[in-house]
Design a protein around this ligand. Sequence first.
Ligand SMILES: Nc1nc2c(c(=O)[nH]1)N[C@H]1C(S)=C(S)[C@@H](COP(=O)(O)O)O[C@H]1N2
Ligand SMILES: [Mo]
Length: 240
Amino acid sequence: MAREPKRRPDGAPVARRAMLGVLGAGAAGLAAAPYLQRGWEGFLGAASQVDATGITGLLPNPGGFRYYSVVGSVPRKNDTNYQLSVGGLVDQPKTYTLPELRAMPQTRVVRDVLCTDGWRVDNTPFEGVRLADLLDAAGVRPGGEAVRFTCFDGAYTESLTLDQARRSDVLLALNMQDKPITHEHGGPVRLYVAPMYFYKSAKWLSGISITDKVVPGYWEERGYAVDGWLDDADRHSDAN
Ligand SMILES: Nc1nc2c(c(=O)[nH]1)N[C@H]1C(S)=C(S)[C@@H](COP(=O)(O)O)O[C@H]1N2
Ligand SMILES: [Mo]
């Protein structure tokens, strides 16, 4: 099956380097591939695969998804050791546990997942806490204009403007496809930014910090658009 040339959200072609980078960084990703494949085999308990475009996916289509990580191994977190910190320019910094997040009102959003590498999974349900609710609880201080996200993989980061973060279709997702998010998909908590390309949806979320301006995330420092809108109309709507 012919695939369209990879496009960045801004329409520019995605560099091959960036695609390989899902497993490391450019050429270094190739060199590190045998090690990473071993790591992922243990991690996922199944064989890896290398496709024609390089090493973009590690399992034959887990339900249309590919599992991405920019590092070789990620610690597992659960009810007893997961923590999500909210800080930065807020009145009430707070650290949430998983049971605390589960006890908050949950919102379900069903949209199409699209990766800039060309794969998509339509009608994927995500469920969790609205980021807006956490921001309200924290009380964003004057001067707070953006949100920076960090992950317990120790490497990935993401960002949103405060307006984007307050949309009703931006979640701290606990469930995906109506089941607790698996470790491979970034559980127990991942960011889910429904109106944007899936790279915005940081897996293994561990920190939320309010900043005075947008701090470009991991892929954004490597050429991806900071605004990852799937559809330009989404910029102006907050449809759910
Ligand atoms: N922590 C972390 N989050 C991440 C990534 C990653 O490598 N690390 N990859 C991003 C990209 S490019 C995509 S397409 C999706 C992939 O999610 P999946 O592995 O659950 O399919 O996660 C996004 N969030
Ligand atoms: Mo992606």
